[in-house]
Unconditional design. Structure first.
Length: 175
């Protein structure tokens, strides 16, 4: 069991995507810590029906970037993780895996951004993923380029969240 920890709560609430990175590759320690956080993610019936492809080869990263419509973060980042959905994996579990790795990354000073491979079949072909597995999303990782990030955020309209009032319903769905 975990002791109550204000920092964990602050990290969960404060996590924001990072799309601008320095060229510096992740240290081996940071990468392993992030992957190990993923490894410890709970899954339905503890099936762990997943694998993670670590992509750091620039040619492979550029190929992957071609597989989605908003993949600039893949081009900007030195590393992209591709969580592979094994047969019978639940989407719920895949989301937990991704979020745990993003939070672990933040805890190590590593920025991250989920990306969608809209042409999933192409992404699977790039990575050699079998037909009955899934590879719909990636997570870009790198050390944040804070100045570029601040500049991009000042131009972006995509931020904030719905209010609790708009989100939460009591006892029955309303709407
Ligand atoms: C399933 C999923 C797919 C996403 N795909 C992309 C993507 O293809 N490209 C991108 O730049 N951001 C992508 N994002 C990041 C979202 O745009 C981001 O989570 C959202 O704007 C909130 O950002 P914030 O937490 O920094 O406020 C994706 C996020 C999720 C959860």
């Amino acid at each position: 069991m975990l002791e109550p920890d204000f920092h964990v709560y602050a990290a969960i609430k404060g996590l924001r995507v990072v799309r601008n990175f320095t060229d510096r590759q992740l240290s081996a320690d940071d990468l392993e810590a992030i992957l190990d956080a993923g490894r410890w993610t709970g899954s339905a019936k503890n099936r762990q029906n997943w694998a993670i492809v670590v992509v750091q080869d620039r040619t492979q990263l550029d190929r992957l970037a071609e597989c989605g419509d908003f993949t600039t973060p893949v081009r900007n980042a030195p590393t992209t993780l591709v969580p592979v959905r094994l047969p019978e994996a639940y989407e719920w579990d895949m989301g937990r895996l991704a979020q745990n790795m993003m939070l672990a990354a933040a805890a190590r000073g590593v920025g991250s951004c989920p990306v969608t491979f809209h042409r999933e079949q192409d992404a699977k072909a790039v990575l050699g993923v079998p037909a009955d597995h899934g590879a719909r999303y990636g997570i870009t990782l790198g050390y944040p380029d804070f100045e570029a990030e601040r500049e991009a955020r000042s131009r972006s309209s995509m931020s904030g969240r719905k209010s609790l009032e708009a989100l939460v319903m009591r006892d029955r769905f309303e709407g």
